[in-house]
Design a protein around this ligand. Structure first.
Ligand code: F6R
Length: 242
């Protein structure tokens, strides 16, 4: 079932996303969270930090598994997803860092790291809530459009469009890694609930295509239509065609 929540402002967008995660933690303090990076969830994490500081929410017993990580960046590189998560959320709330997991991209053997992440996820049990952003090409995690999609965590070659979109965080496009490690579509669809968030007019077309268009590997986010519990939160820009 798709439940679409159209918000009226960026503030409401962030509060709605954070509210859904906070309610889960309040009813299930041991919740297993699937987390995302990118610009979409930044304000959601800021709001969660506020709620934590106000004593409304605690991450003490929670654990987390991130969607993806670049291959080849040192773990402490400013753009590594591990560093992003530490700075934007983990170091500012009471989560036990030992319970936070980001795929290991800084390794000589990424294929092994993908298998290790698959084993880790299998042992973790079902993710209670998987937070997702969406790429302009419909990717979720780094599952890029194509003839086929993979289920388990795997190594991907990033599309040029994705590298260009992410170059804004680097000094130049040449510094953007060419490969990443990502949860597969199978890993994502196993979550009990999915929270898909999109903001900005530049996401309006792809979010409409993902939710109302055909289910196709050419738009990986469209596979979310097959999941039984998806909440979609959009801001006025991204929700224009919904
Ligand atoms: C990030 C991720 C990506 C982003 C997507 C949108 O962990 O998996 O799929 O969610 O690229 O990125 P933003 O939010 O920067 O528009």
């Amino acid at each position: 079932m798709l439940n679409i929540i159209k918000t009226n402002s960026e503030q409401q967008f962030n509060e709605t996303g954070a509210g859904i995660i906070a309610s889960l933690l309040q009813t299930n303090p041991k919740a297993i969270l699937g987390l995302a990076t990118g610009s979409t969830p930044v304000g959601v994490y800021e709001k969660l930090i506020e709620l934590y500081r106000a004593g409304t929410v605690s991450f003490k017993q929670a654990s987390s598994y991130n969607l993806d990580e670049y291959i080849g960046l040192p773990t402490d590189h400013p753009e590594s997803y591990r560093r992003f998560m530490d700075e934007k959320l983990f170091n500012q709330v009471d989560i036990d860092l030992n319970n936070t997991h980001v795929p290991l991209g800084n390794t000589a053997d990424p294929e092994q790291a993908a298998r290790d992440y698959a084993r880790l996820l299998d042992g973790a049990g079902q993710i209670d809530l998987q937070l997702l952003g969406v790429g302009h090409n419909g990717h979720i995690g780094f599952n890029e459009p194509g003839e086929e999609l993979q289920g388990p965590p795997h190594v991907v070659k990033l599309e040029e469009q994705t590298r260009v979109a992410n170059a804004r965080f680097f000094n130049s496009i040449d510094e953007v890694p060419t490969h990443a490690l990502t949860m597969g579509i199978g890993s994502i669809l196993k979550a009990k609930q999915i929270l898909l968030m999109a903001k900005g007019e530049d996401k309006a077309d792809i979010i409409a295509q993902a939710l109302n268009g055909p289910i196709t590997t050419q738009c990986p986010a469209s596979l979310l239509q097959t999941h039984s519990n998806v909440v979609v939160v959009v801001d006025p820009g991204a929700g224009r065609h919904l």
